[in-house]
Design a protein around this ligand. Sequence first.
Ligand code: GA4
Length: 290
Amino acid sequence: MPQGNCKCGGADCGPVGAVGFFRATNHGVPAALADALEARAAAFFAMPLADKLEHASARPLGYGNKSIGSNGDVGWLEYLLLSVSSGHGSFSLPPSLRAALDEYTAAVREVGGRVLELMADGLGLDRTALRRMVQVAGSDELVRVNHYPACPLASGVTGFGEHTDPQVVSVLRSNRTGGLQIMLRDGRWVPVAPDPSSLFINVGDSLQVLTNGRFRSVKHRVVAPEAGQHSRLSVIYFGGPAPSQRIAPLPELLRDGEQSLYRDFTWGEYKNAAYKTRLGDNRLGPFEIP
Ligand code: GA4
């Protein structure tokens, strides 16, 4: 990504072969909020499985264990998946966890919005052109808390399989345990050094379409910690549009004669299609104009 503080684990992320992934430092989210959420989430995941499963009722939202999505993907993790807009879904959570989530989400959502403003600026767009896609009434914003316990079975076990995020933008924070890897344009996987004080920004498929391919969504995956390592805990904010929002290249970005690389769709259509795919599928493929 040409803009931003681009330091992804020592990889070559210059404008040539740039990937839609970078690290935000000095982002203004107080460490205390992330620490509090980390402690509450760790306490939640430490509960007996039966108690956690009581929170699994609202699928795909709620508590999940190993199974990702509904098409057979599995990973070495457990998680909570919540909707930001609908007050984190219809299921109950321990009040202290919910409070920590709400506070952290509000702060990280602001960073996501700011990043979208800076991206819009960099692209020469109206400052709010991207932010207003995902931070409006009815938008589809999610928060996911992933817990990857150490895997006693083997090393290099897949915690979360390779995929791109369907939304516009994702903002990730993890504890000190690594495991996240991103794929460069040449297909090489590079580890992202963990840094709890940074936020990692990830371009989603929808931003790739909105910019007609100028910003590219990035494939990423997580390798579970090995026996003896600490668990990995990550929290991700996903900025997704309202279901009726049209996802198409922003006209102001198209140069003379430049055609859209994608056929028109709404976020609702894309999400529906995405949720029928397997994690590693190329979800944008069917929407590309040959
Ligand atoms: C990837 C990004 C987000 O975690 C997520 C995931 C969703 C899920 O876990 O239910 C999906 C995955 C994600 C993309 C393809 C489909 C849907 C699992 C899956 C196999 C919450 C999202 O929005 O898309």
